[in-house]
Design a protein around this ligand. Structure first.
Ligand SMILES: [Zn+2]
Length: 203
């Protein structure tokens, strides 16, 4: 499953505050909450030749509501809660060779701004924290060509009558905790490559 990504920052509206209030015992003011929107996943075919069924995306929208995530930056940690989810349908964009409309799971999360998490507010605002890892379990993986769960006739990534064979992940049983993916991964990788190059150069 690919990572999700923060796609929008906004100020909470009255409706947002009403939704958020359900998760807090004390009355929250709109200037003390930080909210952001994450595009969690979609129903398009991924690099592993798998895709969620549209129904799975709708199931995840239900199951992610109220789920707490983890955001860490330097020494600070915040626990954003998903207070709103929705499925965005794009009828102009098709997946699976035109069989299905493209759908995306959109989740909106909040946390209360405190002195000990303001670096995280800043990191999400600047984009230093952007990618979100999401994971779930599904009950069935169905062959896109014959619809069987135990298909051995069709191979992922091959074309059959113009349709790319892939697995359709159907019936989401559980969604797991979500978390921001630490950014240092990429710069660290770059450092390694540079060192290697330097060694070659030295020789
Ligand atoms: Zn098959």
């Amino acid at each position: 499953m690919n990572n999700g990504e923060v796609s929008m920052l906004s100020l909470p509206t009255k409706e947002d505050m009403a939704r958020i209030q359900k998760f807090s015992r004390r009355k929250l003011k709109d200037d003390e909450v930080f909210i952001f929107t994450i595009t969690m996943c979609n129903n398009d075919i991924d690099a592993d030749y798998e895709r969620f069924s549209s129904h799975s995306v709708f199931q995840m929208a239900e199951k992610y509501l109220g789920k707490t995530g983890i955001a860490q930056f330097e020494e600070q940690t915040a626990y954003p809660v998903i207070f709103d989810t929705g499925v965005k349908i794009d009828p102009d964009r098709k997946v699976d060779g035109g069989v299905d409309d493209y759908v995306e799971l959109i989740a909106r999360a909040y946390f209360v701004k405190r002195p000990n998490n303001l670096k995280i507010v800043d990191a999400i605002t600047t984009g230093d924290l952007r990618e979100v890892s999401v994971a779930c379990s599904v009950k069935r993986a169905i062959c896109s060509i014959c619809g069987r769960g135990d298909c051995t006739a069709h191979q992922k990534s091959l074309l059959y009558d113009g349709y790319t064979a892939h697995k359709i992940l159907a019936d989401v049983s559980e969604v797991f905790d979500w978390a921001f993916v630490a950014k240092p991964e990429k710069p660290r990788l770059k450092v390694k490559i540079n060192r290697k190059r330097k060694k070659c150069y030295d020789k």
